[in-house]
Write a protein that binds this ligand. Structure first.
Ligand SMILES: [Zn+2]
Length: 191
């Protein structure tokens, strides 16, 4: 059972708190606010929002102390954030995802919108006509029509159609994906 230092609001693993030398430790309770992070003021604001979005109660203390903070302005120094012990693990996970991308979950697979107009990252507009299957490999291909020039019909593997822009080849591309759906844009001229 983890022990809790009320002075420092954190979990302690020894017989006394290494920070404040407090020896009157007690077993931690679910509602005890525990230190989750010590971060810059701006990061603290982002974390507080993240915790609020996930219904994690959160309190804070300025590391410099209230008096100094008022004199120097709140954007100086570090902020310590505390969450209840029973939400501590989750709060730490959110912190890791936010600042390190450590346990980031893979994003949802993108959905192909048949009949929708897509913009290629180089600017051209195309309408997705349908999905076809390759007779030999059974791989799915997107069938799409150029909405400019000769308005020709093209196919491309679906996985590739939905893939992100190659950032090494095209570092200045203005969109994240090779093709992105366009909302209500007149089917017409690009570039
Ligand atoms: Zn302490």
């Amino acid at each position: 059972m983890a022990l809790y230092c009320e002075n420092c609001m954190k979990l302690v693993d020894g017989p006394s708190c290494r920070t404040c030398r407090n020896r009157k430790l007690r077993p931690v309770e679910p509602g005890d606010f525990c230190l989750v992070a010590e971060v810059h003021y701006m990061q603290a604001e982002m974390l507080k929002e993240l915790y609020a979005d996930n219904d994690i109660p959160c309190t804070e203390r300025s590391v410099l102390g209230a008096g100094i903070t008022v004199n120097l302005g709140v954007n100086v120094g570090l902020t310590r954030l505390y969450v209840p012990y029973d939400r501590l693990e989750f709060a730490k996970e959110l912190y890791d995802v936010y600042f390190n991308g450590a346990t980031e979950t893979p994003s949802e697979p993108r959905e192909l919108l048949i009949g929708c107009v897509y913009r290629h990252f180089k600017g051209g507009l195309y309408r997705v006509e349908d999905v076809a299957k390759h007779s030999e490999t059974l791989e799915e291909y997107v069938v799409y029509r150029k909405l400019y020039g000769d308005r020709s019909l093209w196919i491309r593997p679906k996985a590739m159609f939905l893939s992100p822009v190659d950032r090494e080849k095209y570092p200045d591309a203005m969109q994240e994906y090779r093709f992105e759906p366009v909302a209500d844009e007149p089917a017409g001229t690009p570039e």
